[in-house]
Design a protein around this ligand. Structure first.
Ligand code: PAF
Length: 281
């Protein structure tokens, strides 16, 4: 197990590993690790010879400066958690190692970024694509692991890697939830005790929405979730959309050709949370 801070050293380690014919799995993270991240690391370890984890809070994907400043950072705890889970390399670069020059690339996501996160966080996905493609160039993984909680991010990264012909398989892993249903997120640790209780409105309304599917149309389910969140004290709904899992376009019937997903984003106090549920599984 080795922790690497510099790009040059990472490149030389990766070169040697690839020359020795070993498969490389990669888990990119922004740190403040929780069980959701560790589940990605475990999938990665099962499916690859070498597991590389990156910890880098990417400034380019924060459209809100305060959000970037408040984002939790706890490198020592992260490394201890990774040591107990197992890994081969951890890459913990500073900003200049990832972006020696400002990254001015502008990506075309073919409209996948027009709704939900893309609409509410302008520039967010462009920043995600900048960092992930940069990290892919450095780590040269055979497989890369992402959580389904960031459903739109996954769809966008699949498009980017396919458009750019990156020889990497994008592997999606299930959402990991707390015992009471709250989707695990690094941002949960910013919630007060009261907000933590209020945040349950998100997962609970998604579970109720799924149960309503048999008797109600997507529009009716959307109205229900919207009303429920709007009447939850201390929870400000940003959006709830019921979408086709491939095109990310809103659906009007359940019998879509692809999985139908319900995606929600809301602010609980100052903390912005997202969650989703698959209506088709
Ligand atoms: O999902 C995340 O934590 C981030 O968006 C990622 C993929 C690590 C890029 O910074």
């Amino acid at each position: 197990m080795e922790v690497i801070y510099q790009t040059a050293l990472l490149k030389s380690r990766i070169g040697a590993l690839r020359n020795s014919g070993r498969t490389i799995g990669f888990v990119p993270t922004m740190g403040a690790l929780h069980e959701g991240h560790l589940s990605l690391v475990r999938f990665c370890r099962q499916q690859n010879d070498i597991t590389v984890v990156s910890i880098f809070v990417n400034p380019n994907q924060f459209n809100d400066k305060t959000d970037l400043e408040r984002y939790p950072r706890m490198p020592d705890k992260d490394l201890a958690l990774l040591r107990s889970t197992g890994y081969d390399l951890v890459f913990m670069p500073g900003d200049k190692e990832v972006y020696p020059e400002p990254d001015t690339r502008v990506f075309d996501f073919g409209g996948l970024d027009r709704i939900m996160e893309g609409k509410h966080r302008p520039g967010h996905f462009n920043g995600v694509a900048q960092v992930v493609t940069r990290l892919f160039e450095l780590v040269k993984p055979h497989k890369a692991y992402f959580g389904l909680k960031d459903f739109q991010q996954l769809a966008i990264l699949r498009k980017v890697t396919s458009d750019l012909n990156f020889p990497v398989e994008i592997v999606s892993c299930p959402i990991v939830r707390e015992c009471d249903g709250l989707a695990m997120s690094s941002r949960n640790m910013l919630l007060s005790q009261e907000e933590r209780k209020r945040a349950l409105a998100l997962s609970q309304s998604l579970f109720q929405a799924k149960a309503m599917k048999v008797r109600h149309t997507p529009d009716e389910v959307k109205d229900f979730v919207t009303g429920r969140i709007q009447s939850s004290p201390g929870v400000d709904l940003e959006y709830f959309e019921i979408i086709d899992g491939l095109t990310l376009l809103p659906v009007s019937t359940w019998d879509d050709r692809h999985d139908v997903i319900g995606c929600i984003a809301a602010r609980v106090g100052k903390v912005r949370l997202i969650d989703n549920i698959n209506f088709s599984s």
